[in-house]
Structures are given as C-alpha cells and as structure tokens.
Write a protein that binds this ligand. Structure first.
Ligand code: HEC
Length: 122
C-alpha cells in the first residue's frame, strides 16, 4: 500500500517536472532571465518577460523573431531602429498601424520593463 502511494507520488513529481521543463525550455517559449551576479534574476527583466509573454509574443513570436503579424524585435533590432532612449516606448505606448497602443494597458514602468527584456534578453 505504502509502496503504491510512493509510486504515485514519484509519478506525479515526474509529471510536474516535465511540465516545468516544457514551460521553461520547450520550443516556442520566451527565454528565461538569467541570474545576475547576486544569484537572482533582475526582477525588472522578470516582470518584462511576463508582459512580453502575455501581450507581445502572439504577434512578435516567443523569441521576438517576428511572425506574419509583427516584425522581428530580437537580437538588438529595437535598439538598431530606435537608438534614442524613449523612442521605442512611444511606439509601444501609442501604437502604429497594426501595432496596438499599450499606453492605457501598461504603465510607463511596465513599457520600460518589457523593452529592457526585449533588448537585454531576446
Ligand atoms: C496585434 C499584434 C501585435 C501585438 C500584440 C504587439 N505588436 Fe508590436 N508591432 C506589431 C506590428 C504589426 C508592428 C509594425 C508596425 C508598423 O510599423 O507598421 C509592430 C511594431 C513594434 C515595434 C517597432 C518595431 C520597428 O522595427 O519599428 C516595437 C518596438 C513593438 N512592436 C513592440 C511591441 C511590444 C513591446 C508589444 C507588447 C507590449 C507588442 N509590440 C505587441 C504588432 C503587434
């Protein structure tokens, strides 16, 4: 009896582990924020990642490589197009053509956080 319960516990632990791995490193997921020198990931980048996954990845793809809907944002692309600080934030806040305006949905701090995630992690 106890052995069977232990078996069930092991199996459900394995299932949870698989789910965590699938969410964290499966194809089509946004890269995690790496730990900084103090051993923890920058909380602003972690918040930026959550916003990106929720609100941007559907059009710009999970890794920012662009889909049919939105252009590529990763690998320094945003800084290349918008070298002036704040210019990219204006596009995100006010929108442009098929890019929706996020000014009413995200605070200025959240817009900065998602842009930092795009520029520093993707
Ligand atoms: C409904 C689809 C959609 C969503 C959701 C979306 N975008 Fe966009 N985004 C676009 C499109 C389309 C463009 C190109 C707009 C244009 O210039 O015509 C764009 C352009 C951009 C640009 C400018 C790129 C350049 O090369 O000029 C940035 C930066 C950007 N998006 C960031 C974001 C961020 C950050 C989010 C999430 C908060 C987001 N987008 C969500 C569709 C989307």
């Amino acid at each position: 009896m106890a052995a069977r319960e232990a078996g069930v516990a092991v199996r459900s632990a394995l299932i949870s582990l698989c789910l965590v791995l699938a969410a964290g490193c499966g194809a089509g997921s946004s890269p995690e924020v790496e730990e900084g020198p103090d051993g923890t990931p920058d909380p602003v980048l972690v918040a930026g990642r959550a916003i990106f996954v929720d609100r941007c990845s559907s059009c710009h793809d999970a890794d920012g490589s662009g889909t049919g809907d939105g252009p590529r944002l990763n690998r320094g692309r945003v800084l290349e197009v918008y070298p002036e600080p704040g210019d990219a934030a204006v596009v995100v806040s006010e929108g442009r053509n098929r890019m929706p305006a996020f000014g009413g949905l995200l605070t200025a701090g959240e817009v900065d956080a998602v842009l930092r995630y795009i520029n520093e992690v993707l």
